[in-house]
Design a binder for this molecule. Structure first.
Ligand code: PG9
Length: 630
């Protein structure tokens, strides 16, 4: 055949010097999909860039929409491939297998979309006096999609993770009637309480690089090069978050200014918190909130929103929760391990194929059967098994099953009995010196914040390396004779004093593995963080109105750790670590009360002696959501 081609008269006529660029190339269409790009008009005339991917030959197919600040064109093009499965993101596998039409849209002001960009644009109201927000943009988009794709059945679902999960929740504030189902994953809900910008008032330093990348240009911006291999060094030398922003010009960006103007949980944050907003809206769209137990970015929002909307789900038919053993957005990738932890198969694919997809199909595909979706699906770590639950949490302060305190004891012990003896506070404390010049790192140095292999699994990284630092207190129980099961959010009840006038408290609930783990020897003595968080002391009495701490005064700090569904197995030990910095993930507390920590000056950063009490009347405890064996 080749010889015949070469002898054909047409080929014989090609002269050697015929230009080789200029011939018209029309690629044969080998794709199993058709891609269309449309600019969808919003009610104010702004048009939003929208990529629509239709499986070839589709008829009455459902539509799955994601609204993104992360480049719709790229989100709809993981790889160049004629196969829709290979071309779309990995987590879209079951949508493609089920013949869905897939849509990605740039939010207003980003990438191909017109209009101006406002970070996590607040809903219309006190913070937004315009006529548009992500509620109306979702409504207008769904209206257009449901009427303008001939291959579709007009039914639209929304899913997305993190910021894309935030835009799913926004659509639920006033849902279009064609929006039939929603799956917000790892959704950013409350930037101050425990998602991306702050945790309990402590500021997350990598936010500044994110703001630079996201708001310096309409397209893909850059976060600054810090000029050091070890981010610990780089951040420490620069000083406060304000100094950092100034050094790299990030202080010129308006979102930085908004953050710096609102260090406390004032109305700016309260009025944006989506759980609070959705708690007041009627619940009409079946919604499955998805979260990773070790979500290193948005570990607060999904539970808060599930719980806020649960009050509106009278028939238990509309509001669902799925908790997997995942990192942030891990639901959309391979889920057979996380750091050193190994699970029973690809848990993310199991969830997508067996639970999420049937749930979506029920509401979106013509004639699909009802899915047997449990109100709560949760992977129990420790035992490595999926559980179908009726509610979440299974134990809490106001639940039928209350919390069970485990107390710090003398001699760095941890036990379920309250501290024995009539010790007064004079002797019953441990202390350490917290030095802002030597903050405790959150991962081993050198710290590489932009290295995904460090960042993504860091919440499960081994905590034993911190236990013997002189500025970390570590309390450990005896080896457990029986399993301890927790399912909910542990509460910290910390009694502590500082010689300074402000202090941060990092509390970690840890599962200490036995000295030897025959099936995985490197896990011998591993210290797994089960639930860990930080609390900025100035907010102990009011999140909105910070107050200085009187030097030496024993204060109570009460705050929730992230939710966990975990079994401490027999032979394991429970541990609690307490420290006063977690650097450079969180900005350092200067330990001198200043009105705005973003603007702290070098002289404000002072060493402080911290005392943690285990006395009667000042018995520090972690109240655990312990549940009986099911
Ligand atoms: N966690 C990221 C984010 C969401 C919202 C605001 C800022 C950051 C994300 O992964 O999208």
């Amino acid at each position: 055949l080749a010889a015949a081609l070469l002898c054909s008269p047409a080929l014989a006529q090609i002269a050697p010097m015929t230009p080789d660029i200029g011939a018209k190339l029309e690629m044969p269409d080998l794709n199993d999909y058709v891609k269309r790009v449309v600019m969808i008009p919003m009610r104010d005339g702004v048009k939003l860039y929208t990529v629509i991917v239709v499986p070839k030959g589709a008829q009455r197919a459902p539509i799955m929409l994601t609204r993104t600040p992360y480049n719709a064109a790229r989100r709809a093009q993981r790889a160049a491939s004629p196969s829709m499965l290979a071309m779309l993101p990995q987590g879209d596998d079951t949508l493609v297998e089920n013949g869905y039409i897939r849509v990605f849209q740039d939010v207003r002001g980003k990438y191909g979309s017109e209009g101006d960009y406002v970070m996590t644009r607040p809903v219309r109201g006190p913070l937004n006096h315009t006529k548009v927000d992500n509620v109306t943009d979702a409504w207008d988009t769904i209206d257009w999609l449901s009427k303008n794709i001939p291959e579709s059945n007009g039914k639209v679902g929304m899913l997305g993770s993190s910021y894309e999960g935030h835009t799913v929740l926004m659509a639920l504030v006033d849902p279009h009637p064609a929006l039939k189902v929603a799956v917000p994953m790892s959704a950013m809900v409350d930037g101050w309480r425990g998602d991306d910008w702050f945790h309990n008032g402590a500021f997350r330093m990598p936010s500044l690089g994110y703001i630079a990348g996201q708001t310096s240009v309409r397209g893909a911006g850059q976060s600054p090069a810090l000029g050091a291999w070890d981010d610990y060094d780089a951040y420490l030398r620069i000083g406060s978050a304000g100094d950092f922003a100034r050094k790299f010009g990030i202080d010129q960006l308006t979102y930085t200014k908004k953050l710096f103007a609102h260090p406390a949980y004032d109305s700016y944050w309260q009025e944006q918190a989506l759980d609070k907003i959705l708690a007041k809206r009627p619940l009409t769209v079946p919604t499955m909130h998805v979260v990773g137990q070790w979500d290193q970015e948005d570990i607060y929002g999904p539970y808060a929103t599930y719980s806020a909307m649960e009050g509106r789900d009278k028939g238990n038919k509309l509001n669902y929760l799925a908790i997997g053993p995942w990192r942030h957005s891990g639901v959309n990738y391979e889920g057979s391990s996380l750091g050193a932890l190994k699970f029973d198969g690809d848990t993310a694919r199991q969830f997508r194929a067996k639970v999420m997809q049937p749930f979506l199909n029920q509401y979106l595909k013509d004639g699909a059967p009802e899915a047997a979706t449990p109100p709560v699906l949760s992977y129990q770590s420790g035992t490595n098994q999926w559980q179908r639950l009726q509610r979440w949490p299974l134990a809490c302060e106001t639940c039928d099953t209350p919390l069970t305190p485990v107390y710090l004891q003398d001699g760095y012990q941890l036990a379920f009995a309250a501290p024995a003896g009539a010790q007064d506070t004079a002797g019953a404390y441990d202390e350490y010196v917290a030095d802002p010049a030597k903050p405790v790192p959150f991962v081993p140095r050198p710290v590489r914040l932009n290295d995904g292999d460090v960042w993504k699994p860091w919440l499960v990284s081994d905590q034993r390396g911190y236990a013997d630092r002189t500025d970390v207190l570590s309390y450990v129980s005896a080896p457990l004779k029986e399993a301890v099961r927790i399912a909910g959010a542990p509460m910290v009840n910390l009694f502590a004093a500082t010689s300074g006038s402000d202090a941060d408290w990092v509390v970690k609930l840890i599962d200490v593995y036995p000295d030897e783990v025959p099936s995985q020897p490197a896990m011998g003595g591993y210290q797994l963080g089960v639930a860990m968080d930080i609390f900025r002391g100035r907010y102990r009495n009011s999140l909105e109105h910070p107050t200085a701490i009187a030097s030496g005064s024993i204060e109570r700090y009460r705050f929730a750790l992230p939710n966990a569904n975990h079994v401490f197995l027999p032979g394991h030990r429970i541990a609690v670590q307490i420290q006063s910095s977690w650097f450079p993930l969180y900005d350092r507390n200067p330990q001198t009360f200043v009105p705005n920590i973003f603007l702290a000056q070098p002289q404000d950063y002072q060493k402080a002696t911290q005392r943690v009490y285990h006395a009667q009347g000042a018995a520090t405890a972690i109240e655990l959501p312990i549940v009986p064996k099911e």
